[in-house]
Design a protein around this ligand. Structure first.
Ligand SMILES: CC(C)(COP(=O)(O)OP(=O)(O)OC[C@H]1O[C@@H](n2cnc3c(N)ncnc32)[C@H](O)[C@@H]1OP(=O)(O)O)[C@@H](O)C(=O)NCCC(=O)NCCS
Length: 177
């Protein structure tokens, strides 16, 4: 069995908060997010322990260690954006390129399309993040715009792309009885 096949994908529990926080703060992972280097693991734990209704958070676990995490989060509290979720994802450096990102996004989109009635999934990705952009495009995400000087990264301002995917086959009402 391939090592990546032995990885379990499951719902994130409050008890995973420290493991996920450590993962997204690690070199090789934090750079593609908006996390800062050398932040205490504890600085993110309280937020991550909260169960947010309407969201889906997954972890990838290998030998008891969290090696990936991905989630669909509310895009604000307005009723008028209840059909929207924002996607975030991070994989440990030594596990990148082994299909975990694809497995996590597949599972999130199953949840969004078939169970939660989500019509639009959106995200922001740094314009220099070729692996992430290729992965998102392969799931039908399209670029909708470019934020100039969106974030600072290792001493430089970088642009970011906003991307979104609309439900490919939105559920219809059943025929009248
Ligand atoms: C971006 C990231 C989530 C991708 O996850 P991953 O597990 O490494 O990706 P996968 O192995 O599932 O690869 C899926 C696809 O990504 C693309 N990809 C992966 N590595 C790539 C690379 N080095 N160059 C170009 N494309 C690449 C390919 O399209 C690949 O398609 P394939 O399945 O047909 O080979 C992961 O590398 C990561 O967490 N990076 C650091 C944090 C980050 O940037 N998060 C995204 C914030 S928007």
């Amino acid at each position: 069995m391939d090592r990546a096949e032995a990885v379990t994908i499951r719902a994130m529990e409050p008890s995973d908060a420290a493991g996920v926080s450590a993962l997204i703060g690690r070199p090789g992972t934090f750079e593609g997010t908006l996390q800062l280097p050398d932040m205490a693991v504890a600085s993110r734990v309280e937020h991550m322990q909260k169960i947010e209704p309407g969201t889906c958070r997954l972890v990838a676990e290998a030998d008891g260690e969290i090696v990936g995490s991905a989630g669909l989060h509310l895009a604000g509290l307005s009723m008028r954006r209840q059909h929207v979720r924002m996607l975030g994802i991070g994989i440990a450096e030594e596990w990148q390129g082994k299909g975990l990102g694809r497995r996590l996004i597949e599972r999130l989109l199953q949840w969004a399309d078939n169970w939660a009635g989500i019509l639009r999934v959106e995200l922001v990705v740094h314009a220099d993040n070729d692996p992430a952009i290729a992965l998102y495009r392969s799931f039908g995400f399209v670029e909708e715009g470019r934020h100039r000087a969106y974030a600072i990264k290792n001493g430089r301002f970088i642009d970011a792309l906003c991307m979104a995917r609309l439900h490919p086959n939105p559920p219809a009402l059943p025929p009248a009885a």
